[in-house]
Write a protein that binds this ligand. Sequence first.
Ligand SMILES: NC(=O)c1ccc[n+]([C@@H]2O[C@H](COP(=O)([O-])OP(=O)(O)OC[C@H]3O[C@@H](n4cnc5c(N)ncnc54)[C@H](OP(=O)(O)O)[C@@H]3O)[C@@H](O)[C@H]2O)c1
Length: 248
Amino acid sequence: MSKLKGKVAVVTGASKGIGAAIAKSLATEGASVVVNYASSKSGADTVVAAITAAGGKAVAVGGDVSKAAEAKGIIDAAIKNYGRLDILVNNSGVYEFSSIEDFTEEQFHRIFNINVLGTLLTTQAAVKHLGEGASIINIGSGVSRITPPNSAVYTATKGALDAITGVLARELGAKKIRVNSINPGIVDTEGTQTAGFIGSDFEKSLIAQTPLGRAGRPGDIASVATFLASDDSNWITGELIITSGGLR
Ligand SMILES: NC(=O)c1ccc[n+]([C@@H]2O[C@H](COP(=O)([O-])OP(=O)(O)OC[C@H]3O[C@@H](n4cnc5c(N)ncnc54)[C@H](OP(=O)(O)O)[C@@H]3O)[C@@H](O)[C@H]2O)c1
């Protein structure tokens, strides 16, 4: 109940899906949480209400991670509300699959700006507030290893995140800041429902290749994020933790 007592976390894209589950899980362990959203204020307010009803502390903060000033605003909200920052979960992300014939320049920039630039900007804003024992967790994806067809742009963003995790683990190690990635397989979320992945032949083929035989649930990812945020993982940095029921 108190592995994160006294710690302060920012979770980007926490209005729904995996981010919402991570925010709730961190709060259950005692962290005060900045619940970031881009467009779904009501989703973020619902997450905050669930956390506070359970006796935790959280605040909803709007902001587009792909804009430097807004990314800084999300991080500054942690300092303003709770006076410190210990945990950054870079979860905000968008996915859209297209064949190599069909992808567009606009799509490339939009997906890279949110998934890659957004992670770099929030991390840049956070670093000056992070000290010894801090943990940065990037939400990558199993796709960087599975390389599914029709996903070149999205998979490239997640390959970039794998690389960023490795680089920043080395760069920030001297400050005793740990940096790790969680790379989920397919997870049933608002996003994958809306994108039509859940219930599709694509999902069925992924589940058929998953030893544990089902799609992931947001809580499957949140428990690993909470482990990586806590001192239980204090000798782990630069790792990509495939969290997929064995799909790889
Ligand atoms: N679900 C999966 O199968 C799966 C598998 C592997 C990896 N992942 C990764 O896990 C992460 C979460 O996925 P999910 O399925 O939970 O997604 P989701 O249900 O679609 O939720 C996405 C979240 O990201 C936020 N977001 C989008 N654009 C943003 C921006 N510009 N600035 C700040 N926040 C932004 C959304 O905020 P608003 O709703 O407020 O706009 C929302 O809170 C993503 O990085 C995704 O690539 C997912």
